[in-house]
Design a protein around this ligand. Structure first.
Ligand code: BTN
Length: 335
């Protein structure tokens, strides 16, 4: 972090004012240098009140997800935040950092993506300054076949963070679309580089629609996608939400590594809005149909087939055939 970012982090974490002398001591610089950093921060949109003979107080932080804004909200050990005003995709940046040796828990955040990517080759609508777009570098010591479970871990963490933030029950549509009132508010894209037996790294990409208005979504997403603000009428503090989400992800990922997939399957099923529904799945093997039984420990969706057989689906797009009436958690259209 730069000296200015450290000042913001210290002021944000302090219970009361911090004197110029104390900040100068922590930074190992003069009080005049501290004053210059404070002046520069004010020009960037921070409101820092100076109370004579007492010290500086952070009165307002700009709505940005940089390291300084996130620092007061980070609770776990993942603290290396790489912030960008604009990138093509945080997935691409995180992949390059991972190839260059970035440690587990390195987080790439952008205010806007010009080529945000979704699952199955789709685009991810990524307007500036209102949502969360982040990619996390992970280095699990697992075989590649276990990686789809990490996508479930991330999906459950997003659902938990959305539930905490809104006080509403989100649904998860397999594998990890997170829905509120049946509309998609978040998605997870997990990508990896590996050898046959060993994962080099996984990039867990998470997009959460926080403060976007429904009218601002592209026409093809209207009625299908939404945001936390649009669903609740309450603006989300993006930095606080990001802290919540990262803590939820790190704790569940840690539990998954030590205890295995069963640690996440029960929580995933508690959010599942597909269990018991009759669905169609467009998969590489063609179209499948059946009633959803639940999740296998490897992350596959289990369906009861038409002949009483059990079908396992490892990848594909699910559409619900019937029975959504009365369920506020899920939706029947694919997004
Ligand atoms: C989905 O299709 O549901 C997955 C969407 C994942 C979007 C996120 S936003 C941050 C990261 N960067 C990307 O380009 N995609 C993921």
């Amino acid at each position: 972090m730069t000296a200015a970012e450290r000042i913001v982090a210290w002021l944000g974490a302090a219970d009361g004012p911090l004197s110029g002398e104390e900040l100068a001591r922590r930074l190992g610089c003069s009080r005049a240098a501290v004053w210059k950093h404070v002046a520069a921060l004010r020009r960037q949109g921070y409101r820092i009140d100076a109370r004579p003979a007492v010290g500086y107080v952070l009165a307002r932080v700009p709505d940005r997800l940089g390291p300084a804004e996130l620092a007061p909200h980070l609770r776990g050990s993942w603290r290396d935040v790489r912030w960008f005003a604009s990138v093509d995709s945080t997935q691409r940046v995180a992949r390059e950092l991972a190839r260059g040796g970035a440690a587990e828990g390195t987080i790439v955040v952008a205010e806007r993506q010009t080529a945000g990517r979704g699952r199955l080759g789709r685009q991810w609508h990524s307007p500036e300054g209102m949502n969360l777009y982040c990619s996390i570098v992970l280095r699990p010591r697992l075989p590649p076949a276990a990686v789809p479970q990490i996508a479930l871990v991330a999906g459950v963490a997003v659902a938990a963070a959305v539930a905490e933030e809104t006080g509403r029950p989100p649904g998860i549509k397999w594998p990890n679309d997170v829905l509120l009132d049946g509309r998609k508010v978040a998605g997870v894209l997990t990508e990896m580089e590996s050898e046959i037996e060993r994962v080099h790294h996984v990039i867990a990409g998470i997009g959460v629609n926080l403060n976007a208005r429904e009218s601002a979504f592209p026409r093809e997403l209207r009625g299908k996608a939404s945001s936390l603000f649009a669903r609740t009428g309450v603006r989300v503090d993006r930095a606080a939400f990001t802290g919540r989400l990262l803590a939820a992800t790190e704790s569940r990922y840690g539990r998954f590594l030590t205890e295995g997939p069963s640690s996440v399957v029960a929580e995933w099923e508690s959010y599942s809005c597909l269990t018991g529904k009759h669905v169609r799945v467009a998969s590489a093997d063609g179209e499948l149909a059946g009633r959803v039984l639940g999740l296998d420990t490897d992350g596959a969706l289990r369906l009861a087939g038409p002949r009483g057989d059990v079908i396992r689906v490892v990848a594909g797009e699910v559409t619900v055939r019937d029975g959504y009436e009365g369920s506020s958690r899920c939706c029947s259209r694919s997004t």
